[in-house]
Write a protein that binds this ligand. Structure first.
Ligand code: GAP
Length: 515
């Protein structure tokens, strides 16, 4: 566990050192849970977004995209339920004056039981060696059973309190479990209160009669309010989808784990409108489609799992998360929800407009049902970074840090180095870049020894490096080095594009999922 935490810390500092992610407004000591993407981060982020967008809009004839405004009419959020119910249960510690999410304190307590169990298992594994039967141990060891029983009881009580929206019971659980404030170490807790996560601001000057509006907490509502516009102007027939990528804002109280939980973040959401009664089939299809999108990155199927929700929002009839194995455990990266006709019906009710679909096959009008796929760009970015970060011992005794990014997502695809800064080598290297830069992102580097330049490119995940040397001037060949194998071979400059382009293009990923 501690080892994993160390790895995570290294990833966070690597992100900063190599221009991927910086704390926002850092010269003023930063702003909690807000981050900026640097020169390499923005390229990686754009590639993730492109992969998602193209998988939706290019590969599906019946999915189109939009780009709705962040500000929306405030009634949108009344209709969607966010004004009344987009809340977190908060609790303050009177001694440290620190504020916490009550549900997160209890979730952390559940994780502590899991850790205790895991420790017993690891101890026994060491003791019994090869003969160790983990399943038998877990089901028979008295200490493990005791921890498990306490964990299950807590989980049941916690789920019930959440379901009943019972804030007093949440507080009582915190007291009964003896949960202390990590800062003050005391149990001097306030009541639990609901706290709305939406940021408010005002449009218009006060003299004009300013009105309160919200920064959108999800992009989805921009799609719902445009359902009629897109369906009519695009003459869309059910089933069809609308995709969107954009910023969302939540006043998260517990902002932890770097870019995992941010106050300003980006979502890639797709609402798929279907005929009522067919939604659960579509839900299953989208589960598979989205899992295939993740797995095409080659991070290993064992690092993903579905987490089906037992507790459904009142408007949903099925929901699941795609979780990824981060250094701090399996965590939600994407949600897939069958949202019935809740959102469209609510907007029809609050706007007084008829929001329906006329089905030419049955001559009926009805409100479509919706399957939503919703993934956070930043969480996806984090999962890619976590899986790609690698510290390697080399046969020559040296070590290197390499980002084994999928080539299609890498910020820089090809680095070109002149071996020395003389004899026309720099000019030749620039000539290669001039030719290839139309096809993929190239970088020129002439500073330091070649070895150091390779290390810098490894650290930003550049899949290919080319070195221009004396021989290049004679026969137009260069050495091409592969990031992962570190193998080098000589190739003709004229062949570089065909060797590299296919491997680094988003198309190479799209082909894997479009079978
Ligand atoms: N429209 C549905 C919706 O917004 P959600 O589960 O609240 O559902 C969807 O969010 C995805 O957005 C999450 O799976 C996560 O990847 C991302 N996300 C949500 N809150 C976030 C935050 N505070 N910081 C970063 N990403 C977040």
């Amino acid at each position: 566990m501690a080892q994993q935490e160390d790895v995570f810390k290294k990833i966070v500092s690597h992100c900063k050192e190599y221009g991927f992610v910086f704390p926002s407004s850092e010269i003023y000591d930063g702003l909690g849970a807000v981050y900026d993407y640097g020169q390499n981060g923005v390229e990686l982020k754009n590639n993730i977004k492109q992969y998602w967008w193209q998988s939706m809009v290019l590969l599906h004839e019946n999915i189109v995209g939009i780009d709705a405004a962040i500000f929306m009419h405030p009634t949108t959020w009344k209709a969607s339920g966010h004004v009344d119910a987009f809340n977190d249960p908060l609790i303050d510690n009177r001694d440290s004056k620190k504020r916490y999410r009550a549900d997160v304190l209890i979730e952390d307590q559940l994780a502590k039981y899991d850790e205790k169990i895991q420790k017993e298992v690891e101890k026994a594994r060491k003791r019994f060696g090869e003969a160790f039967d983990e399943e038998q141990f877990r089901t028979t060891n008295a200490r493990v059973l005791e921890h498990q029983q306490k964990r299950d009881a807590l989980h049941e009580r916690f789920s019930k309190a959440l379901n009943d929206n019972n804030l007093e019971e949440l507080r009582q659980i915190i007291l009964d479990e003896g949960i202390v404030c990590p800062i003050s170490g005391t149990r001097n807790w306030t009541e639990v209160r609901q706290f709305n996560l939406m940021f408010k601001t005002e449009v218009g000057s006060t003299a004009d009669g300013a009105s309160t509006i919200y920064l959108r907490p999800e992009t989805a509502q921009g799609i719902f309010v445009n359902y009629l516009n897109v369906q009519k102007t695009g003459r869309m027939k059910l089933p069809f989808g609308i995709a969107q990528i954009g910023k969302a804002f939540r006043n998260e109280i517990v902002a932890r784990q770097f870019i995992f939980r941010m106050r300003e973040f980006e979502q890639m959401e797709m609402q798929f409108f279907v005929k009522p009664g067919t939604e659960l089939d579509w839900f299953q299809k989208w589960k598979q489609t989205r899992m295939a999108w993740h797995q095409a990155l080659g991070f290993g199927a064992e690092n993903y799992r579905f987490h089906d929700h037992d507790k459904l929002a009142h408007y949903a009839n099925a929901a699941t998360d795609i979780e990824f194995h981060m250094p701090f455990g399996f965590k939600e990266v994407e949600g897939i929800h069958s949202r019935t006709n809740f959102d469209l019906s609510q907007h029809a009710k609050y706007s007084g407009k008829k929001i329906e679909y006329f089905d030419p096959e049955t001559n009926e009008s009805y409100t479509p049902f919706v399957i939503e796929t919703s993934i956070g760009v930043d969480r996806m970015f984090l999962s890619v970074m976590c899986h790609s970060y690698c510290e390697e011992q080399l046969p020559n005794g040296e070590s290197r840090v390499v980002l084994k990014l999928p080539a299609a997502l890498a910020p820089v695809k090809l680095a070109v180095f002149p071996l020395t800064k003389k004899d026309g080598l720099p000019e030749k290297a620039q000539e290669i870049i001039k030719d290839l830069r139309f096809h993929f992102n190239c970088k020129y580097e002439e500073k330091d020894q070649i070895g150091k330049r390779y290390r810098r490119m490894d650290a930003i995940g550049c899949p290919y490096c080319v070195t221009v040397d004396q021989q290049t001037m004679e026969d137009n060949t260069v050495t091409l080095r592969d990031r992962d194998t570190m193998e080098q071979h000589r190739v003709n400059i004229a062949d570089l594009r065909s060797i590299i382009e296919d491997k680094v293009s988003i198309t190479s990923l799209l082909k894997k999922i479009d079978k």
